[in-house]
Design a protein around this ligand. Structure first.
Ligand code: TNX
Length: 538
Protein backbone atom coordinates (compact mmCIF):
# COMPACT_ATOMS: atom_id res chain seq x y z
CA UNK A 1 0.00 0.00 0.00
CA UNK A 2 1.25 3.44 -0.83
CA UNK A 3 1.86 5.57 2.25
CA UNK A 4 0.04 8.84 2.37
CA UNK A 5 2.11 11.98 1.96
CA UNK A 6 1.40 12.94 5.62
CA UNK A 7 2.64 9.58 6.93
CA UNK A 8 5.80 9.81 4.86
CA UNK A 9 6.38 13.39 5.98
CA UNK A 10 5.98 12.39 9.64
CA UNK A 11 8.35 9.46 9.23
CA UNK A 12 11.02 11.71 7.74
CA UNK A 13 10.47 14.29 10.46
CA UNK A 14 10.78 11.65 13.15
CA UNK A 15 13.93 10.19 11.61
CA UNK A 16 15.52 13.62 11.35
CA UNK A 17 14.65 14.40 14.95
CA UNK A 18 16.28 11.14 16.02
CA UNK A 19 19.47 11.94 14.10
CA UNK A 20 19.68 15.41 15.61
CA UNK A 21 19.01 14.01 19.09
CA UNK A 22 21.72 11.39 18.61
CA UNK A 23 24.19 13.98 17.41
CA UNK A 24 23.42 16.20 20.36
CA UNK A 25 23.87 13.20 22.59
CA UNK A 26 27.31 12.63 21.05
CA UNK A 27 28.18 16.31 21.24
CA UNK A 28 27.84 16.30 25.02
CA UNK A 29 31.00 17.51 26.66
CA UNK A 30 32.96 14.86 28.42
CA UNK A 31 34.23 15.69 31.86
CA UNK A 32 37.85 14.85 32.25
CA UNK A 33 39.85 15.17 35.40
CA UNK A 34 41.52 18.61 35.37
CA UNK A 35 44.49 18.84 33.02
CA UNK A 36 46.91 21.72 33.06
CA UNK A 37 48.39 23.07 29.85
CA UNK A 38 51.25 24.67 31.76
CA UNK A 39 52.29 21.33 33.28
CA UNK A 40 52.65 19.86 29.86
CA UNK A 41 55.66 18.67 28.00
CA UNK A 42 56.07 21.64 25.69
CA UNK A 43 59.57 22.16 24.29
CA UNK A 44 60.49 24.81 23.32
CA UNK A 45 58.50 26.60 25.97
CA UNK A 46 56.11 29.11 24.38
CA UNK A 47 56.07 32.82 25.10
CA UNK A 48 52.79 32.67 27.07
CA UNK A 49 50.67 29.79 28.30
CA UNK A 50 47.36 30.50 30.03
CA UNK A 51 45.73 27.26 31.22
CA UNK A 52 41.97 26.97 31.77
CA UNK A 53 42.08 23.48 33.30
CA UNK A 54 39.49 21.64 31.24
CA UNK A 55 39.89 19.33 28.27
CA UNK A 56 39.02 19.08 24.61
CA UNK A 57 38.17 15.48 23.74
CA UNK A 58 40.03 14.42 20.63
CA UNK A 59 38.48 11.34 19.07
CA UNK A 60 37.25 9.95 15.77
CA UNK A 61 34.52 12.60 15.65
CA UNK A 62 37.13 15.37 15.36
CA UNK A 63 37.72 17.14 12.05
CA UNK A 64 40.25 19.67 10.76
CA UNK A 65 39.14 22.79 8.89
CA UNK A 66 41.69 25.11 7.32
CA UNK A 67 41.33 28.53 5.69
CA UNK A 68 40.47 28.19 2.01
CA UNK A 69 42.61 30.04 -0.54
CA UNK A 70 45.35 30.65 2.03
CA UNK A 71 48.64 29.44 0.64
CA UNK A 72 49.93 26.31 2.37
CA UNK A 73 47.23 26.10 5.05
CA UNK A 74 45.56 22.99 3.67
CA UNK A 75 48.95 21.25 3.55
CA UNK A 76 49.58 22.16 7.19
CA UNK A 77 46.19 20.64 8.08
CA UNK A 78 47.01 17.52 6.08
CA UNK A 79 50.39 17.29 7.86
CA UNK A 80 48.60 17.33 11.22
CA UNK A 81 46.09 14.70 10.09
CA UNK A 82 48.95 12.50 8.92
CA UNK A 83 50.77 12.79 12.25
CA UNK A 84 47.57 12.05 14.19
CA UNK A 85 47.06 8.97 12.06
CA UNK A 86 50.47 7.56 13.02
CA UNK A 87 50.26 8.69 16.63
CA UNK A 88 46.65 7.77 17.47
CA UNK A 89 45.55 5.67 14.51
CA UNK A 90 42.67 8.08 13.86
CA UNK A 91 41.47 9.11 10.42
CA UNK A 92 40.70 12.79 10.77
CA UNK A 93 39.22 14.51 7.72
CA UNK A 94 40.72 17.78 6.48
CA UNK A 95 38.14 20.15 4.93
CA UNK A 96 35.81 17.14 4.61
CA UNK A 97 32.69 17.10 2.50
CA UNK A 98 30.29 17.39 5.41
CA UNK A 99 29.16 13.76 5.38
CA UNK A 100 31.43 12.65 8.21
CA UNK A 101 29.93 12.63 11.70
CA UNK A 102 31.73 15.51 13.40
CA UNK A 103 31.50 16.75 16.96
CA UNK A 104 34.56 18.90 17.49
CA UNK A 105 36.70 20.89 15.09
CA UNK A 106 40.34 21.95 14.90
CA UNK A 107 40.42 25.20 12.92
CA UNK A 108 43.66 26.31 11.27
CA UNK A 109 43.07 29.90 10.24
CA UNK A 110 44.98 32.52 8.41
CA UNK A 111 44.58 35.68 10.44
CA UNK A 112 45.56 39.23 9.59
CA UNK A 113 45.89 40.17 13.23
CA UNK A 114 48.78 42.57 13.77
CA UNK A 115 49.69 40.68 16.92
CA UNK A 116 50.67 37.80 14.66
CA UNK A 117 52.71 39.95 12.33
CA UNK A 118 55.88 37.83 12.37
CA UNK A 119 56.62 34.90 10.06
CA UNK A 120 56.55 32.21 12.73
CA UNK A 121 54.07 33.65 15.24
CA UNK A 122 50.92 31.74 16.12
CA UNK A 123 48.20 31.62 18.74
CA UNK A 124 46.44 28.51 19.89
CA UNK A 125 43.08 28.56 21.70
CA UNK A 126 41.94 25.25 23.08
CA UNK A 127 38.42 25.11 24.51
CA UNK A 128 36.20 22.16 25.35
CA UNK A 129 34.43 22.53 22.02
CA UNK A 130 37.09 23.54 19.53
CA UNK A 131 40.75 24.21 18.88
CA UNK A 132 41.62 27.35 16.98
CA UNK A 133 45.09 27.91 15.61
CA UNK A 134 45.69 31.38 14.14
CA UNK A 135 48.73 32.52 12.18
CA UNK A 136 49.52 35.07 9.46
CA UNK A 137 51.54 32.54 7.50
CA UNK A 138 51.48 28.81 6.84
CA UNK A 139 54.95 28.70 8.40
CA UNK A 140 53.54 30.12 11.64
CA UNK A 141 50.67 27.62 11.47
CA UNK A 142 53.21 24.82 10.96
CA UNK A 143 55.09 25.82 14.13
CA UNK A 144 51.75 25.95 15.98
CA UNK A 145 50.93 22.43 14.79
CA UNK A 146 54.07 21.18 16.52
CA UNK A 147 52.81 22.68 19.78
CA UNK A 148 49.45 21.00 19.29
CA UNK A 149 51.15 17.64 18.60
CA UNK A 150 52.98 18.01 21.89
CA UNK A 151 49.86 18.75 23.97
CA UNK A 152 47.95 15.76 22.61
CA UNK A 153 48.82 12.94 25.00
CA UNK A 154 50.69 9.91 23.66
CA UNK A 155 48.18 7.65 25.40
CA UNK A 156 44.37 7.85 25.37
CA UNK A 157 42.17 8.10 28.41
CA UNK A 158 41.40 4.40 28.57
CA UNK A 159 39.19 4.64 31.60
CA UNK A 160 36.57 6.12 29.30
CA UNK A 161 33.95 3.77 27.99
CA UNK A 162 33.84 2.13 24.61
CA UNK A 163 35.53 4.68 22.41
CA UNK A 164 39.09 5.95 22.69
CA UNK A 165 39.45 9.61 23.48
CA UNK A 166 42.48 11.81 24.07
CA UNK A 167 41.99 14.70 26.52
CA UNK A 168 43.77 17.84 25.29
CA UNK A 169 44.22 20.43 28.06
CA UNK A 170 42.44 23.72 27.43
CA UNK A 171 43.87 27.22 27.49
CA UNK A 172 45.57 29.80 25.35
CA UNK A 173 49.10 29.84 23.94
CA UNK A 174 50.72 32.93 22.43
CA UNK A 175 54.04 32.24 20.77
CA UNK A 176 56.85 33.64 18.66
CA UNK A 177 60.56 32.67 18.57
CA UNK A 178 63.48 34.72 19.86
CA UNK A 179 65.70 33.73 16.91
CA UNK A 180 64.53 33.10 13.35
CA UNK A 181 67.54 30.82 12.76
CA UNK A 182 67.45 27.61 14.81
CA UNK A 183 69.69 24.95 13.39
CA UNK A 184 71.63 21.76 13.52
CA UNK A 185 74.44 20.56 11.26
CA UNK A 186 75.07 17.01 10.14
CA UNK A 187 78.50 15.95 8.90
CA UNK A 188 77.82 13.43 6.12
CA UNK A 189 81.46 13.61 4.98
CA UNK A 190 83.38 11.77 7.74
CA UNK A 191 80.68 9.10 7.71
CA UNK A 192 77.94 9.08 5.14
CA UNK A 193 74.27 9.06 6.17
CA UNK A 194 71.46 8.01 3.84
CA UNK A 195 68.52 10.08 2.60
CA UNK A 196 66.22 8.21 4.98
CA UNK A 197 68.53 8.91 7.95
CA UNK A 198 68.48 12.60 7.06
CA UNK A 199 64.69 12.54 6.73
CA UNK A 200 64.30 10.99 10.16
CA UNK A 201 66.57 13.68 11.60
CA UNK A 202 64.37 16.32 9.90
CA UNK A 203 61.22 14.73 11.40
CA UNK A 204 62.68 14.90 14.89
CA UNK A 205 64.18 18.38 14.59
CA UNK A 206 61.03 19.93 13.18
CA UNK A 207 58.93 18.53 16.04
CA UNK A 208 61.03 20.83 18.23
CA UNK A 209 60.64 23.76 15.79
CA UNK A 210 64.22 23.68 14.50
CA UNK A 211 64.12 25.29 11.06
CA UNK A 212 67.63 24.96 9.59
CA UNK A 213 69.61 21.87 8.64
CA UNK A 214 73.18 22.51 7.53
CA UNK A 215 74.75 19.62 5.61
CA UNK A 216 78.54 19.37 5.73
CA UNK A 217 78.88 17.82 2.27
CA UNK A 218 82.64 17.61 1.77
CA UNK A 219 85.77 17.07 3.81
CA UNK A 220 89.14 15.34 3.63
CA UNK A 221 87.54 11.90 3.93
CA UNK A 222 84.71 12.27 1.43
CA UNK A 223 82.84 14.29 -1.18
CA UNK A 224 79.13 13.57 -0.82
CA UNK A 225 77.21 15.43 -3.50
CA UNK A 226 77.07 14.72 -7.21
CA UNK A 227 78.47 17.53 -9.37
CA UNK A 228 77.58 16.77 -12.98
CA UNK A 229 80.42 18.79 -14.48
CA UNK A 230 83.03 17.10 -12.24
CA UNK A 231 81.92 13.45 -11.90
CA UNK A 232 85.09 12.10 -10.28
CA UNK A 233 84.34 14.06 -7.10
CA UNK A 234 81.84 11.40 -6.09
CA UNK A 235 83.26 8.47 -8.11
CA UNK A 236 86.63 8.77 -6.39
CA UNK A 237 86.18 11.29 -3.60
CA UNK A 238 82.95 9.70 -2.38
CA UNK A 239 84.22 6.13 -2.36
CA UNK A 240 85.37 5.80 1.23
CA UNK A 241 84.90 7.21 4.74
CA UNK A 242 86.50 7.25 8.19
CA UNK A 243 87.56 3.73 9.14
CA UNK A 244 87.91 2.66 5.51
CA UNK A 245 84.43 1.31 4.81
CA UNK A 246 82.63 2.20 1.58
CA UNK A 247 81.45 5.81 1.61
CA UNK A 248 78.55 7.08 -0.45
CA UNK A 249 77.07 10.29 -1.81
CA UNK A 250 73.82 12.04 -2.62
CA UNK A 251 72.89 12.16 -6.28
CA UNK A 252 71.38 15.48 -7.28
CA UNK A 253 67.98 13.76 -7.20
CA UNK A 254 68.66 12.62 -3.61
CA UNK A 255 69.64 16.12 -2.61
CA UNK A 256 66.48 17.54 -4.21
CA UNK A 257 64.45 15.00 -2.28
CA UNK A 258 66.04 16.16 0.98
CA UNK A 259 65.46 19.82 0.10
CA UNK A 260 61.80 19.14 -0.75
CA UNK A 261 61.27 17.11 2.43
CA UNK A 262 62.84 19.90 4.48
CA UNK A 263 60.62 22.48 2.74
CA UNK A 264 57.52 20.50 3.73
CA UNK A 265 58.75 20.96 7.31
CA UNK A 266 59.46 24.66 6.78
CA UNK A 267 63.14 23.92 7.14
CA UNK A 268 65.97 25.49 5.15
CA UNK A 269 68.85 23.33 3.93
CA UNK A 270 72.29 24.95 3.98
CA UNK A 271 74.85 23.18 1.78
CA UNK A 272 78.49 23.38 2.85
CA UNK A 273 81.51 22.74 0.65
CA UNK A 274 84.44 23.13 3.02
CA UNK A 275 87.42 24.99 1.45
CA UNK A 276 90.30 25.79 1.04
CA UNK A 277 91.28 23.30 3.78
CA UNK A 278 89.40 20.03 4.40
CA UNK A 279 89.68 19.34 0.66
CA UNK A 280 91.69 16.13 0.39
CA UNK A 281 88.83 14.14 -1.19
CA UNK A 282 88.38 16.78 -3.92
CA UNK A 283 92.12 16.90 -4.62
CA UNK A 284 92.37 13.10 -4.90
CA UNK A 285 89.61 13.26 -7.52
CA UNK A 286 91.21 16.17 -9.44
CA UNK A 287 94.86 16.60 -8.41
CA UNK A 288 95.21 20.02 -10.13
CA UNK A 289 93.20 21.45 -7.21
CA UNK A 290 95.80 20.48 -4.66
CA UNK A 291 97.99 23.11 -3.05
CA UNK A 292 99.97 21.31 -0.35
CA UNK A 293 102.73 20.01 -2.63
CA UNK A 294 102.09 16.33 -1.87
CA UNK A 295 100.39 13.67 -4.00
CA UNK A 296 96.92 13.33 -2.48
CA UNK A 297 95.68 9.87 -1.46
CA UNK A 298 92.28 8.80 -0.14
CA UNK A 299 92.19 9.46 3.60
CA UNK A 300 90.33 7.40 6.19
CA UNK A 301 91.72 8.88 9.41
CA UNK A 302 90.47 11.76 11.56
CA UNK A 303 93.24 14.35 11.54
CA UNK A 304 92.42 17.85 10.36
CA UNK A 305 94.34 20.74 8.84
CA UNK A 306 96.66 19.01 6.33
CA UNK A 307 94.95 19.77 3.01
CA UNK A 308 94.48 22.93 0.95
CA UNK A 309 93.38 23.99 -2.51
CA UNK A 310 95.89 25.85 -4.65
CA UNK A 311 94.53 29.38 -4.15
CA UNK A 312 96.49 31.00 -6.99
CA UNK A 313 95.24 29.03 -9.98
CA UNK A 314 92.37 30.33 -12.14
CA UNK A 315 91.29 26.76 -12.91
CA UNK A 316 90.60 26.23 -9.21
CA UNK A 317 88.14 29.13 -9.23
CA UNK A 318 86.54 27.86 -12.46
CA UNK A 319 86.01 24.55 -10.66
CA UNK A 320 84.53 26.29 -7.60
CA UNK A 321 82.26 28.33 -9.86
CA UNK A 322 80.78 25.12 -11.30
CA UNK A 323 80.32 23.56 -7.88
CA UNK A 324 78.64 26.63 -6.38
CA UNK A 325 76.45 27.04 -9.47
CA UNK A 326 75.23 23.44 -9.56
CA UNK A 327 74.49 23.28 -5.83
CA UNK A 328 72.90 26.75 -5.73
CA UNK A 329 70.54 25.76 -8.54
CA UNK A 330 69.27 22.89 -6.38
CA UNK A 331 69.02 24.96 -3.20
CA UNK A 332 66.07 27.31 -2.69
CA UNK A 333 67.40 28.63 0.63
CA UNK A 334 69.36 31.91 0.75
CA UNK A 335 72.69 30.53 2.05
CA UNK A 336 75.83 28.80 0.77
CA UNK A 337 78.44 27.72 3.34
CA UNK A 338 82.06 27.78 2.15
CA UNK A 339 83.62 26.24 5.28
CA UNK A 340 86.90 28.10 5.67
CA UNK A 341 87.93 26.47 8.98
CA UNK A 342 91.27 25.04 10.05
CA UNK A 343 93.18 25.86 6.86
CA UNK A 344 96.45 25.28 8.69
CA UNK A 345 98.57 24.69 5.58
CA UNK A 346 97.20 27.64 3.57
CA UNK A 347 99.33 30.79 3.93
CA UNK A 348 97.39 33.58 5.65
CA UNK A 349 97.51 35.91 2.62
CA UNK A 350 96.42 33.08 0.31
CA UNK A 351 93.56 32.24 2.66
CA UNK A 352 92.33 35.83 2.63
CA UNK A 353 92.65 36.07 -1.15
CA UNK A 354 90.72 32.81 -1.49
CA UNK A 355 87.82 33.71 0.82
CA UNK A 356 87.31 37.08 -0.86
CA UNK A 357 87.23 35.48 -4.32
CA UNK A 358 84.89 32.67 -3.32
CA UNK A 359 82.55 35.14 -1.59
CA UNK A 360 82.08 36.85 -4.97
CA UNK A 361 81.26 33.52 -6.64
CA UNK A 362 78.65 32.74 -3.98
CA UNK A 363 77.10 36.18 -4.44
CA UNK A 364 77.08 35.76 -8.22
CA UNK A 365 74.75 32.80 -7.75
CA UNK A 366 72.42 34.80 -5.52
CA UNK A 367 73.42 33.33 -2.16
CA UNK A 368 74.64 34.76 1.12
CA UNK A 369 77.99 33.35 2.14
CA UNK A 370 78.41 31.64 5.49
CA UNK A 371 81.84 30.62 6.75
CA UNK A 372 83.30 29.28 9.99
CA UNK A 373 84.57 32.05 12.26
CA UNK A 374 88.01 32.31 10.57
CA UNK A 375 86.47 33.91 7.44
CA UNK A 376 86.06 37.22 9.29
CA UNK A 377 89.84 37.69 8.99
CA UNK A 378 89.26 38.38 5.26
CA UNK A 379 87.68 41.61 4.07
CA UNK A 380 84.24 40.07 3.64
CA UNK A 381 80.94 41.82 3.12
CA UNK A 382 78.57 42.73 5.96
CA UNK A 383 75.91 40.55 4.30
CA UNK A 384 78.08 37.46 4.81
CA UNK A 385 77.71 35.42 7.98
CA UNK A 386 80.28 34.13 10.44
CA UNK A 387 79.68 30.88 12.30
CA UNK A 388 81.31 31.15 15.71
CA UNK A 389 82.78 27.83 16.84
CA UNK A 390 85.91 28.64 18.82
CA UNK A 391 87.42 32.09 18.51
CA UNK A 392 85.95 35.04 20.41
CA UNK A 393 88.46 37.26 18.56
CA UNK A 394 87.10 36.18 15.20
CA UNK A 395 83.55 36.78 16.45
CA UNK A 396 84.53 40.34 17.40
CA UNK A 397 86.04 40.86 13.93
CA UNK A 398 82.75 39.75 12.39
CA UNK A 399 80.81 42.16 14.60
CA UNK A 400 83.13 45.02 13.55
CA UNK A 401 82.40 44.20 9.93
CA UNK A 402 78.68 44.40 10.68
CA UNK A 403 78.19 40.70 9.95
CA UNK A 404 75.62 38.43 11.52
CA UNK A 405 76.95 35.62 13.66
CA UNK A 406 75.61 32.08 14.10
CA UNK A 407 76.41 30.78 17.58
CA UNK A 408 77.91 27.28 17.63
CA UNK A 409 80.45 27.46 20.45
CA UNK A 410 82.15 24.05 20.59
CA UNK A 411 82.28 24.10 24.41
CA UNK A 412 78.50 24.41 24.65
CA UNK A 413 76.82 23.48 21.41
CA UNK A 414 78.86 20.74 19.74
CA UNK A 415 76.75 17.62 19.59
CA UNK A 416 79.82 15.46 19.00
CA UNK A 417 81.31 16.32 22.40
CA UNK A 418 81.07 13.45 24.89
CA UNK A 419 78.51 13.69 27.70
CA UNK A 420 81.11 12.68 30.31
CA UNK A 421 84.21 10.54 30.74
CA UNK A 422 82.12 7.37 30.43
CA UNK A 423 80.80 8.21 26.95
CA UNK A 424 81.91 5.73 24.32
CA UNK A 425 81.01 7.89 21.33
CA UNK A 426 82.15 11.43 20.65
CA UNK A 427 85.24 13.55 21.23
CA UNK A 428 86.19 15.87 24.08
CA UNK A 429 88.73 18.33 22.70
CA UNK A 430 86.46 21.28 23.54
CA UNK A 431 84.66 19.98 26.62
CA UNK A 432 82.51 17.26 28.09
CA UNK A 433 78.95 18.48 27.62
CA UNK A 434 76.42 16.85 29.94
CA UNK A 435 72.74 17.60 29.31
CA UNK A 436 72.62 20.42 31.87
CA UNK A 437 75.68 22.30 30.65
CA UNK A 438 74.33 22.08 27.08
CA UNK A 439 71.25 23.96 28.31
CA UNK A 440 72.45 26.29 31.06
CA UNK A 441 74.08 29.19 29.19
CA UNK A 442 72.81 32.42 27.72
CA UNK A 443 73.31 32.79 23.96
CA UNK A 444 71.84 36.29 24.18
CA UNK A 445 74.90 37.36 26.19
CA UNK A 446 77.60 35.10 24.82
CA UNK A 447 81.18 36.46 24.43
CA UNK A 448 79.89 40.04 24.28
CA UNK A 449 78.33 39.55 20.85
CA UNK A 450 75.51 42.12 20.63
CA UNK A 451 72.05 40.64 20.32
CA UNK A 452 71.43 42.47 17.02
CA UNK A 453 74.38 40.64 15.45
CA UNK A 454 73.17 37.19 16.44
CA UNK A 455 71.38 35.44 13.62
CA UNK A 456 70.65 32.38 15.74
CA UNK A 457 72.06 29.15 17.13
CA UNK A 458 73.24 25.99 15.44
CA UNK A 459 74.32 22.71 17.01
CA UNK A 460 76.79 20.86 14.75
CA UNK A 461 77.11 17.08 14.78
CA UNK A 462 80.49 16.01 13.43
CA UNK A 463 80.69 12.35 12.51
CA UNK A 464 84.25 11.12 13.08
CA UNK A 465 82.99 8.74 15.82
CA UNK A 466 79.47 7.92 14.61
CA UNK A 467 78.61 5.77 11.61
CA UNK A 468 74.90 4.98 11.80
CA UNK A 469 71.58 6.56 12.76
CA UNK A 470 71.50 4.97 16.25
CA UNK A 471 74.84 6.55 17.07
CA UNK A 472 73.77 9.84 15.52
CA UNK A 473 70.67 9.85 17.75
CA UNK A 474 72.68 8.98 20.83
CA UNK A 475 74.83 12.10 20.53
CA UNK A 476 72.09 14.44 19.27
CA UNK A 477 69.36 13.44 21.71
CA UNK A 478 68.49 14.77 24.13
CA UNK A 479 70.90 17.72 23.81
CA UNK A 480 69.57 19.10 20.53
CA UNK A 481 66.14 19.48 22.18
CA UNK A 482 67.75 21.92 24.61
CA UNK A 483 69.23 23.97 21.76
CA UNK A 484 65.76 24.27 20.27
CA UNK A 485 64.61 25.87 23.53
CA UNK A 486 67.70 28.13 23.74
CA UNK A 487 66.95 29.50 20.28
CA UNK A 488 63.15 29.77 20.52
CA UNK A 489 62.31 30.59 24.12
CA UNK A 490 63.03 33.91 25.85
CA UNK A 491 65.70 33.82 28.54
CA UNK A 492 63.12 34.83 31.19
CA UNK A 493 61.14 31.68 30.34
CA UNK A 494 64.07 29.29 30.62
CA UNK A 495 64.88 27.40 33.78
CA UNK A 496 66.80 24.13 34.11
CA UNK A 497 64.63 22.65 36.91
CA UNK A 498 61.48 23.27 34.91
CA UNK A 499 63.06 22.19 31.62
CA UNK A 500 64.32 18.91 32.97
CA UNK A 501 60.77 17.80 33.86
CA UNK A 502 59.52 18.71 30.40
CA UNK A 503 62.50 16.87 28.92
CA UNK A 504 61.71 13.76 30.99
CA UNK A 505 58.22 13.87 29.45
CA UNK A 506 59.67 13.55 25.93
CA UNK A 507 60.48 9.88 26.54
CA UNK A 508 57.16 8.47 25.23
CA UNK A 509 57.53 10.45 21.99
CA UNK A 510 61.20 9.59 21.54
CA UNK A 511 60.50 5.92 22.32
CA UNK A 512 57.63 5.78 19.85
CA UNK A 513 59.91 7.32 17.21
CA UNK A 514 62.52 4.66 18.07
CA UNK A 515 65.14 7.26 18.95
CA UNK A 516 68.18 5.79 20.69
CA UNK A 517 68.71 8.77 22.94
CA UNK A 518 71.21 8.96 25.77
CA UNK A 519 69.29 8.30 28.98
CA UNK A 520 71.18 10.86 31.01
CA UNK A 521 71.06 10.11 34.76
CA UNK A 522 70.33 13.81 35.35
CA UNK A 523 66.82 13.24 34.00
CA UNK A 524 64.04 11.24 35.62
CA UNK A 525 62.77 9.81 32.32
CA UNK A 526 59.06 9.14 32.09
CA UNK A 527 58.14 5.50 31.49
CA UNK A 528 56.22 4.67 28.36
CA UNK A 529 54.60 1.66 26.78
CA UNK A 530 57.26 1.53 24.08
CA UNK A 531 60.40 -0.38 24.77
CA UNK A 532 63.65 1.44 24.77
CA UNK A 533 67.00 -0.12 24.15
CA UNK A 534 69.92 2.18 24.67
CA UNK A 535 72.83 1.47 22.39
CA UNK A 536 75.86 0.07 24.05
CA UNK A 537 79.28 0.26 22.51
CA UNK A 538 82.39 -1.33 23.95
C1 TNX B 1 86.59 20.91 14.48
S1 TNX B 1 84.54 22.91 14.11
C2 TNX B 1 86.22 20.98 13.15
C3 TNX B 1 85.77 19.76 12.46
C4 TNX B 1 85.84 18.55 13.34
C5 TNX B 1 85.34 18.92 14.73
C6 TNX B 1 85.27 17.77 15.67
C7 TNX B 1 85.20 23.08 12.81
C8 TNX B 1 84.79 24.24 12.08
N1 TNX B 1 86.10 22.16 12.45
O1 TNX B 1 86.52 19.57 11.29
O2 TNX B 1 85.05 17.56 12.80
O3 TNX B 1 86.21 19.89 15.26
O4 TNX B 1 84.71 18.13 16.88
Amino acid sequence: MVKSFATRFLTILFASAMIIACQQEKKKRINFPPTDLAQNNLIPKPLKVIPTNKAFGLDRYTAIHTSQNANGFFEVGAFLADKLKTKLNLDIPVNGNGTEPVERIIYINQSDSLELNAPEAYQLYITQDSIILNANTAEGAFRGIQTLRQVIPEESNDTLAEQRIWPVPTGKIVDNPTFGFRGSMLDVARHFFSVSDVKKYIDLLSYYKINVLHLHLSDDQGWRIEIKSWPKLTEIGGSTQVGGEAGGFFTQEDYKEIVAYAAKHYMTIIPEIDMPGHTNAASVSYPFLNGNGKTPKLYEGTHVGFSTFNTRKDTVYAFIDDVVREISELTPGPYFHIGGDESHVTKKKDYIYFVEKVEKIVQKYGKRMIGWDEVASANVDSTSISQYWSSGKNAQKAVKRGMKVILSPAKRAYLDMQYDTLSKLGLHWAAYIPVDSAYVWTPEEYEGIPMENILGIEAPLWSETIGNIDELEYLAFPRVIGYSELSWTTKENRDWENYKVRLANQAPYLDRMDVKYYTSPLIDWKKSKYTYKEIKKD
